[in-house]
Design a protein around this ligand. Structure first.
Ligand code: ATP
Ligand code: MG
Length: 771
């Protein structure tokens, strides 16, 4: 409805509206700070594309997480209706590329059911590549199985991590084995070559391959290129700063004859470890020379105290391309509380006290859903999970941690064994999950199956079938044979369900039912944070399964609605739907998925800073803000990473964290960690003007040097205060108050049902002059 479109436009400010409505044929770049309405403007842009007559199924919107994708679909749906919003392909790079690869798998030397190699399977493939390398060196002959067994346990394993990293880097930069060999790195080249060959022979692709293979498809196969050019008439990209070089390359190809809009903020670029690089903005400027660039400058999200503090912090980054003017009309709000805690426990206690205080006393009725606890590393969240559980405070961990839960891994492995072309990984995992025996006995059984498989050069499952049907004389006791047979028949019964075309939800819940008792409590996750004491928690397999079933319904309602999928579902049976669901769960794990459903619920969000991108809460706690955590100085392999650029990236991360808060920000640090190691508060605290802070704890006061108060009194009059030094900034002048403007817009449109933008804006200008 055009009326709603104009209503949406008039909820934007002038600059945002200019961006949303600018000529769709001109490539557009929107660069602006946090909370300035970039995502809101991007929604407006999509609405304009629709209004200009581009069919929804020809619009591709790239977001960074699945949660952001469904958020965007909702917002667009409110204006153009759910049915139209469903047609738009709102996707992440990852799932877009995965679908493209599946559709053209045979061109990549795979079948459309190809397997996705996760971290563990990649590791195995790397070890196998090392073996082949060793084999090459020995020219084949004398390399015995025994020697190999030993090598796997020792040298291969040691080197595997390094090689895995090497392969990831090679793929992130799109380098081929030949390029390494040409440069004289023969070993590197041949490890990569072997690795790629192993994946091809296993009908597999890994995480990194999706993007590269998509580029291959688009550049080497004119028919794929043509199909995509015709299909994706307009492309919009949110969070552009986190686009990797290869992803950018893909965008450039897709957009070569089509409309493109990119939206981002280089100060929030926090995924350089994934190969993301804010220099993408420069590439865009170069590659789309006729583009239009729009900067937004008003922060609508946070109080002035938060905006000012965050701006002061980010000014310490020297490698910024542009200094953005950030201003806000929001009230100054209260100071940022910096709290020193003497232990991790007291840190939890403080957060809980404040949460209870906020939720019970707040006049505005701040509920748990408006609060988030952010941390640098996943592990920090565990203590909070336990503490919240004990205090019966609802929280949501339905993030990555959820998909890494053992029980979910087990269920998904069992489900994957029913898919065609399933390789050894899931079979092995499924056996591990379903065998009832104790740990050592289980290991013995699985090792034995693997040994037989290796000796006969057959798959894990055919070795297992032979062993347990007594075709191979084994070393197993009768009880073990019975157990093995039971596992086989259980897995077989699930395959039968798939053959009988049962629904995805039936298959998932049947797989859940197959798990033995020991999965009833997710013991491990809880035990290790509570000194071995088993907690009486209610997150048992049922509730976990319930979450997974929610995913099934989410999946069914959204996944097959987009044009990319249309027509593919009906003719293909259960196995392909199940395959798509497995992909979907895989993607959620890989993409740091946060459930939107959870967010709406009345529960606290516990999340890493990386996952908090693009989101906002009234109250935010940044916990464990210590100098070893953020900046995180030691990488896991022990090398100190403190190069300039990394410190700047850590600062950007802190900046992202701070700018998630709407009203109140707490920053906590601890003085002693659980190993009685003394800790310093984060150096970034020193970069926030002291007059914006309310510091609790003597130590911190001493450690943060006094700074002269700034010009802006924190409790001073509210108003439009500019913070920071504008460099490339035009002035934004608004002749009329925005609120009045949007009220008038709605009222006016409703009364006269006008749907011509120029008439409305003419009236506004007249009205503005009168004011
Ligand atoms: P981030 O960089 O964190 O992703 P962003 O620039 O994408 O932030 P949005 O999430 O689009 O910002 O907007 C931040 C908040 O400001 C939202 O709550 C949004 O509804 C609100 N907002 C955006 N534009 C306006 C406006 N013109 N008037 C009132 N509120 C606005
Ligand atoms: Mg955003």
């Amino acid at each position: 409805a055009p009326k709603k479109y104009y209503e949406y436009l008039h909820s934007l400010n002038d600059r945002q509206r200019e961006a949303a409505c600018s000529d769709v044929a001109v490539p557009l770049m929107i660069v602006a700070g946090p909370g300035s309405g970039k995502t809101s403007t991007m929604v407006g842009r999509v609405l304009t594309l629709l209004k200009e007559g581009i069919p929804p199924s020809n619009i591709l919107a790239m977001t960074f997480t699945t949660a952001a994708a469904s958020e965007m679909r909702d917002r667009i749906g409110k204006v153009v209706g759910k049915a139209v919003a469903k047609e738009i392909a709102i996707s992440t790079f990852h799932s877009f590329c995965l679908q493209l690869c599946r559709a053209h798998a045979e061109k990549l030397g795979r079948t459309s059911e190809f397997i996705i190699y996760g971290h563990g399977q990649q590791r195995r493939a790397v070890i196998e590549a090392e073996r082949l390398l060793e084999n090459d060196k020995r020219s084949g002959a004398e390399y015995t199985t025994k020697q190999y067994d030993e090598d796997i346990k020792t040298s291969f394993k040691d080197k595997a991590k390094k090689w895995q990293k090497f392969i990831a880097q090679a793929k992130a930069s799109g380098r081929t084995p030949e390029e390494y060999e040409k440069k004289g790195d023969l070993t590197g080249g041949s490890v990569l070559r072997h690795y790629n060959e192993i994946l091809r022979s296993c009908n597999a692709l890994d995480y990194h391959d999706f993007i590269n293979s998509s580029i291959t498809l688009l550049t080497k196969f004119p028919e794929v290129y043509k199909e995509c050019q015709d299909m994706w008439q307009a492309i919009v990209v949110d969070e552009f700063q986190d686009t990797s070089a290869m992803q950018y390359c893909l965008l450039k190809i897709l957009a070569s004859h089509n409309h493109i809009t990119i939206v981002g903020d280089e100060d929030q670029s926090i995924f350089s470890f994934n190969g993301a690089d804010a220099s993408g903005f420069d590439s865009f400027r170069r590659d789309f020379p006729n583009h239009k660039e729009i900067r937004l400058s008003k922060n609508y999200r946070s109080t002035r105290a938060i905006v000012e503090a965050a701006t002061a912090l980010i000014h310490n980054n020297t490698k910024r391309h542009h200094h953005k003017l950030v201003e806000t009309d929001n009230p100054s709000g209260c100071k940022i509380t910096v709290k020193e805690c003497h232990s991790e426990d007291s840190q939890c206690a403080f957060v809980i006290d404040k949460i209870i205080e906020t939720t019970s006393s707040s006049a505005e009725g701040c509920n748990f859903g408006n609060i988030a606890v952010l941390y640098r590393r996943q592990i920090t969240g565990k203590a909070f999970q336990v503490a919240f559980r004990n205090r019966k405070i609802p929280f949501n961990i339905h993030g990555v941690a959820f998909y890494r839960k053992k029980v979910i891994k087990a269920i998904m492995a069992i489900v994957r064994t029913t898919l065609p072309d399933c390789d050894d990984g899931p079979w092995r995992q499924a056996f591990k999950a379903l065998l009832p025996s104790d740990k050592e006995e289980k290991k013995k059984i699985i090792d034995h199956i693997e040994k037989i498989a290796l000796a006969r050069k057959c798959s894990f499952i055919s070795a297992a079938t032979d062993i347990f049907s007594a075709k191979v004389s084994g070393t197993f006791k009768r009880a073990q044979i019975t157990q093995g047979r039971k596992v086989l028949s259980t897995l077989d019964s699930l395959s039968k369900l798939v053959e009988r075309e049962q629904s995805v939800s039936v298959i998932i819940s049947s797989a859940g039912d197959m798990l033995p008792q020991r999965y009833l409590l997710e013991k491990r996750a809880v035990v290790d944070v509570d000194n071995g004491k088993l907690l009486n928690e209610d997150s048992d397999i049922r509730s976990v399964l319930q979450f997974l079933m929610d995913d099934v319904s989410d999946f069914l309602s959204t996944h097959f609605s987009s044009s990319m999928e249309r027509g593919k579902t009906e003719e293909k049976g259960c196995a392909s739907t199940l395959q798509a669901f497995v992909d979907y769960i895989y993607l959620r794990e890989a993409e740091n998925f946060r459930s939107r459903k959870e967010e709406n619920k009345n529960s606290i969000t516990l999340t890493t800073i990386h996952q908090s991108k693009g989101l906002e809460w009234d109250v935010v706690f940044i916990v464990q803000a210590n100098d070893s955590e953020i900046p995180l100085l030691h990488e896991y392999n022990g090398t100190v990473k403190q190069s300039g650029s990394t410190l700047e990236e850590e600062r950007r991360l802190f900046y992202v964290a701070m700018t998630r808060a709407r009203k109140k920000l707490y920053i906590l640090h601890v003085t002693v960690d659980s190993n009685r190691q003394l800790l310093q508060p984060s150096r970034f605290l020193r970069e926030i003007p002291v007059h914006l802070l309310e510091v609790q704890g003597e130590e911190t006061l001493r450690k943060i040097p006094e700074q002269p108060s700034g010009d802006v009194p924190i409790d001073g009059p509210e108003g439009n205060t500019s913070i920071g030094k504008p460099i490339m900034e035009q002035n934004e002048t608004s002749p009329y108050p925005e609120l009045a403007q949007s009220c008038l817009a709605n009222d006016f449109l409703r009364r006269f049902d006008i749907d011509d933008r120029s008439v409305v804006s003419h009236i506004f200008h007249q009205w503005g002059k009168k004011q």
